[in-house]
Design a protein around this ligand. Structure first.
Ligand SMILES: NC(=O)c1ccc[n+]([C@@H]2O[C@H](COP(=O)([O-])OP(=O)(O)OC[C@H]3O[C@@H](n4cnc5c(N)ncnc54)[C@H](OP(=O)(O)O)[C@@H]3O)[C@@H](O)[C@H]2O)c1
Length: 430
C-alpha cells in the first residue's frame, strides 16, 4: 500500500457518521502512527439530505454505494450498513473482488457469510477485519487471533449484549417491570426505538458467539440450530427471588468444547452475586476465555455505542495500514474444519423453576414426585403462600440434569389444573 490511502465509508448511521468524524479528527495521529496519509474519497447512505450528527462532504456522497467502485480508487472500505445480506453483502463482495480491504462492525454479515467472505479475501490477497462486530470496543478478536494465538481455547463466554444487561440491571435496581425498563432503555438510546427484538431475543449475542467460536477453535462458522433464549420472559419476580438467593440473572453467550464437541448457546443464567460475571452491570460487556496454558483471561468494556465501536474500527484500520495481509479468522480458510456439534439435548445444568400454583394440599408432592420419576434431585424448595388469593409460588432449585430430561419431566405441567402456568425455567451457571 502506498503512502496515500483512499477510504470509503458505506453507511452513515450511528456508527458510520461517528467514524467519519473520527477519521477527520485523527488523520494526523494515524499518519504519525503508521506513516500513511488517509483521505476519505467516498461516503454512502440512502438519503443525501438527511440531517446527520456531523456535516458531510456532499461532493463525495453516493446514494448507490456500488457506483463508488466505478468512479473512485479505494484502498479500504468500511461497511457500516448492518444487513446480513443485501447491500452489505454486495458491497463487501465487490470490494474484496476488486482487491479493496474491508472493515466492518457487522456481526450478522460475518456470522452468516464470514466463511465465504474470508475465502474471498484470501483469494484476492486483501484484509477483511471485523473487530467491532463482537463486544464493541473490547479488543476480543485481536486478543484471540494474536494475543492467545498459541493457546488451546476450550471455552469463551460472557455478556455480549449491552441492551439486555442494562435492562436486567435496572429491573433489579428499581424493581420495575421489563416493559417499563425497556421503554427507559429506548429513551436513553440503549435499545433500538423501532424494533429491539434482535437484542432482546438473544439473536444479536448469538451471532457474536458464532464468530467467537470460529476464531477460538479454528473452525468454520457453525450453522446448527441451538438453544437461543432472550430476556423477554424474565419477570421482576424472578429477579427478586434470585436476589434473596444471592444470585443475579445475566444473559450469557456461551461457546464451549464439551467432550470434544462444540456447544453454543445464549440464554438467561443465574450467576452468583459474588462472581466476576455477576458484577458486570449496566451496558457493560465482558468476555472470558479459558485456554491452555494461559488459563482464564477476562476483557471488560463498553460493548456498544458509536464511540467504542469506532475505537475497534480504527484499530482495524491501523492494523491494515501497518501492512501485511492477515487471514480473517487467524488461519487459512482451507485449514479451518467443520466443528462436530454437541446434541442440544445433552446440555446439562442445575435449574431454577418457578411454579405458580393453587395453594392446595398435594400440589407440592405432585411436583416432587414427578421430579423423582425423572431422577432429578432437588437442592432447595422455597414456598411462598399468597393466602388471600389461595395461591402459592413454589421455587425449586435442582441438581444437574440434561435438557431432554428436564423437558420431558416438565411437559406434564402444561395440563395440570392446579399449576396455573407452565413453570419459568432459568438455568444456573456454574
Ligand atoms: N450502533 C451501535 O452501537 C453498534 C455497535 C456495534 C456494532 N454495530 C454495527 O454497526 C453497523 C451499523 O450500525 P448503526 O447503528 O450505525 O446502523 P444505522 O444507524 O441503522 O445506520 C445504517 C446506515 O446504513 C445506511 N444504508 C441503509 N441502506 C443503505 C443502502 N442501500 N445504501 C447505502 N447506505 C445504506 C443508512 O442510510 P440513511 O442514514 O440514509 O438511512 C444508515 O446511514 C451494524 O452492523 C451494527 O450491528 C453498531
Amino acid at each position: 500500500m502506498n503512502k496515500f490511502v483512499n477510504i470509503a465509508i458505506v453507511g452513515l448511521g450511528q456508527v458510520g457518521i461517528y467514524l467519519y468524524n473520527e477519521l477527520k479528527i485523527k488523520k494526523k495521529d494515524i499518519e504519525i502512527k503508521t506513516g500513511k496519509k488517509i483521505q476519505i474519497v467516498a461516503i454512502s447512505a440512502r438519503n443525501k439530505n438527511k440531517k446527520r450528527k456531523f456535516n458531510i462532504d456532499k461532493k463525495i456522497f453516493y446514494s448507490n454505494p456500488l457506483n463508488i467502485f466505478k468512479e473512485k480508487h479505494v484502498d479500504i472500505l468500511f461497511e457500516c450498513v448492518g444487513l446480513s445480506d443485501g447491500i452489505s453483502k454486495k458491497v463487501t463482495e465487490n470490494a474484496l473482488k476488486k482487491k479493496i480491504n474491508v472493515i466492518t462492525p457487522n456481526k450478522t454479515l460475518i456470522a452468516k457469510h464470514g466463511d465465504y467472505l474470508a475465502k474471498l479475501a484470501e483469494k484476492h490477497n486483501v484484509n477483511l477485519e471485523f473487530e467491532a462486530s463482537v463486544a464493541g470496543g473490547i479488543p476480543i478478536i485481536k486478543t484471540i487471533k494474536d494475543g492467545l494465538f498459541t493457546n488451546k481455547i476450550n471455552k469463551v463466554y460472557g455478556i455480549l449484549n449491552g441492551t439486555t444487561n442494562y435492562i436486567l440491571t435496572e429491573m433489579e435496581k428499581t424493581g420495575e417491570t421489563f416493559d417499563n425498563v425497556l421503554k427507559k432503555a429506548q429513551q436513553l438510546g440503549y435499545a433500538e426505538p423501532g424494533n429491539p427484538k434482535l437484542d432482546l431475543n438473544g439473536f444479536d449475542a448469538f451471532a457474536k458467539v458464532r464468530i467467537l467460536s470460529a476464531l477460538s477453535y479454528n473452525s468454520l462458522i457453525s450453522k446448527k440450530k441451538c438453544i437461543m433464549e432472550g430476556i423477554e420472559n424474565i419477570d421482576v419476580k424472578d429477579i427478586k427471588i434470585a436476589n434473596q438467593l444471592n444470585l443475579r440473572i445475566k444473559l450469557l453467550g456461551i461457546s464451549e468444547i464439551i467432550n470434544g464437541k462444540l456447544f453454543e448457546t445464549v440464554h438467561p443464567c443465574l450467576v452468583g452475586k459474588n462472581t466476576y460475571i455477576g458484577n458486570v452491570n449496566g451496558v457493560m460487556n465482558a468476555v472470558i476465555t479459558h485456554g491452555k496454558p494461559v488459563g482464564e483471561t477476562i476483557l471488560q468494556g463498553e460493548g456498544a455505542g458509536p464511540g467504542p465501536t469506532s475505537s475497534s474500527l480504527l484499530s482495524d484500520l491501523v492494523s491494515i495500514l501497518r501492512g501485511g495481509i492477515k487471514n480473517p479468522f487467524g488461519i487459512s480458510s482451507n485449514k479451518r474444519k467443520k466443528a462436530q456439534v454437541l446434541n442440544n439435548n445433552l446440555y446439562t445444568n442445575s435449574l431454577y423453576l418457578r411454579f405458580e400454583v393453587n395453594d392446595k394440599s398435594g400440589v407440592l408432592s405432585n411436583i416432587t414426585n414427578r421430579f423423582a420419576k425423572f431422577k432429578i434431585s432437588i437442592k432447595r424448595i422455597i414456598q411462598t403462600p399468597d393466602k388471600k388469593n389461595k395461591k402459592a409460588t413454589i421455587v425449586i432449585i435442582t441438581h444437574k440434569t440434561t435438557e431432554i430430561n428436564a423437558r420431558n419431566c416438565l411437559s406434564i405441567f402444561k395440563k395440570n389444573k392446579n399449576i396455573l402456568k407452565f413453570p419459568t425455567l432459568i438455568r444456573l451457571y456454574n
